[in-house]
Design a binder for this molecule. Structure first.
Ligand code: ADP
Ligand code: MG
Length: 240
């Protein structure tokens, strides 16, 4: 593992008078997979949304590829996000969903964008579903289309916000398998998740968020087996 790709320093976010992120610092190296765990409301989504500027931080700095002053569009292109609800365009096929942004934003011609989209759909095991609409796909298939769509922008970092939480249990595995493959190929990823087994297996580092702070972080074997903080222990006792 090599250079720091994303350096988060003392990140703060308030909504009105309510502080939600209260000084988050985290340096993410190239190729690193970070698991973000914590109770509902601890700030996982807000952290991810601040990183690609779906939210504007209230304080602190995010240094990405050595620069702190990227414009929003660059950040959104370079830091891809996959949501809990897949947010596909309902009137577009799987292929069109994946090929759209590269045409609009990266100005690829349609044929090139669709060729690349087919490769990405193959990568997430959906070649035979390329011409279906989202409503004709299962939740797990839709989420894999959403992952292919994020990959199509060739982001340097991928953020996943509880990518399996909206899925029926029998569909979780196929999505985690895709995430596992991405992790193996050296993708830099931050994954907010309640899938502790996935974190244990795939994450290089796990951060436990509590009330807008990283209360504890460490390699998964350490954090899960010998957590230092009482609140981490309480949380793990509830979810494991
Ligand atoms: P998590 O993803 O860990 O469940 P969130 O980041 O979604 O946590 O939320 C953290 C806190 O911020 C919660 O108390 C939530 O109600 C609050 N919050 C999130 N988004 C907004 C918003 N747009 N306006 C006001 N409060 C918000
Ligand atoms: Mg959330």
């Amino acid at each position: 593992m090599s250079a720091t790709l994303l350096d988060i320093q003392n990140l703060e976010k308030s909504f009105g008078q309510t502080p939600v992120l209260r000084g988050i610092s985290l340096a993410v190296k190239e190729g690193e997979v970070i698991g973000l765990i914590g109770a509902s409301g601890s700030g996982k989504s807000t952290l991810l949304r601040c990183l690609n500027r779906l939210e504007t931080p209230s304080g602190g700095t995010v240094t990405f590829q050595g620069k702190t002053d990227h414009d929003e569009n660059t950040l959104r292109q370079q830091i891809g996000m996959v949501f809990q609800r897949f947010n596909l365009f309902p009137h577009l096929t799987a292929l069109q969903n994946v090929a759209l942004a590269p045409q609009k934003v990266r100005k690829l011609d349609k044929a090139t964008a669709e060729k690349k989209a087919r490769e990405l759909l193959a990568q997430v095991h959906l070649s035979e579903h390329a011409d279906k609409l989202p409503a004709q796909l299962s939740g797990g298939q839709q989420q894999r289309v959403a992952i292919a769509r994020a990959l199509a922008m060739q982001p340097a970092v991928l953020l996943f916000d509880e990518p399996t939480s909206a899925l029926d249990p029998e569909l979780v595995g196929e999505v985690l398998e895709v995430l596992r493959d991405l992790a193996k190929t050296g993708r830099t990823m931050l994954v907010a998740t309640h899938e502790m087994g996935f974190c244990k297996e795939v994450a290089h580092r796990v951060c436990f968020l509590d009330a807008g702070k990283i209360l504890e972080e460490g390699p998964p074997e350490q954090l899960f087996e010998t957590p230092k903080e009482p609140r981490t222990r309480e949380f793990l006792a509830r979810v494991l």
